[in-house]
Design a protein around this ligand. Structure first.
Ligand SMILES: Cc1cc2nc3c(=O)[nH]c(=O)nc-3n(C[C@H](O)[C@H](O)[C@H](O)COP(=O)(O)O)c2cc1C
Length: 155
């Protein structure tokens, strides 16, 4: 009950209300340029969350300390501008875009950039369920499987 209440509050604070149905979603995978400590990865995620809140980009960033998978969704202008900065970031390499589509709804609209460390005993059944639920509207089954599979690393 308490959880349901705080979940509702979080949605209220973080949820984005779109005035347009013209949205873009990008999903990509990348590899850390060198082994990154949890602190460095957390600071990347914190910086990402702060900037994304300003530009109303929602999504998720998962990392097992070596690889990243990220979903960015929001206005085409902001998503593309953010992606342009991300691909030039020397902290990761081998960036492979799994999906880049126009969409009329957000899958991760309540998360300005939900970050999770996965693998190495970080497995959380509830979190995997949340990701699977959020990814329900992703049409491409391989992209959906990629996201849920990454979230379930370490099981
Ligand atoms: C794996 C990874 C994910 C990132 N995700 C975001 C993000 O969602 N939003 C964002 O603004 N920056 C993100 N960044 C940081 C950007 O690459 C960039 O450093 C930051 O936006 C500042 O750019 P600027 O120095 O050109 O202003 C990410 C970086 C990495 C390595």
């Amino acid at each position: 009950m308490e959880n349901a209440k705080s979940e509702e509050a979080r949605r209220h604070v973080d949820g984005y209300v779109d005035m347009t149905l013209n949205l873009r979603r990008i999903v990509y995978l990348s590899t850390a340029a060198k082994s990154l400590s949890d602190d460095v990865v957390s600071s990347i995620a914190m910086q990402a969350g702060t900037r994304n809140r300003i530009t109303a980009i929602s999504g998720i960033l998962l990392s097992d300390g070596r690889r990243f998978i990220q979903v960015l969704e929001g206005s085409p202008f902001h998503v593309e501008a953010t992606m342009k900065r991300i691909v030039h970031d020397p902290r990761h390499v081998d960036i492979k875009v799994a999906e880049n589509v126009a969409t009329d709804r957000r899958c991760f609209g309540t998360w300005s950039m939900q970050f999770r460390r996965v693998g190495d005993g970080y497995y959380s059944k509830d979190f995997v369920r949340e990701v699977a639920e959020a990814a329900r509207d992703i049409q491409d089954v391989s992209v959906k499987a990629l996201l849920v599979g990454f979230a379930a690393l370490g099981r």
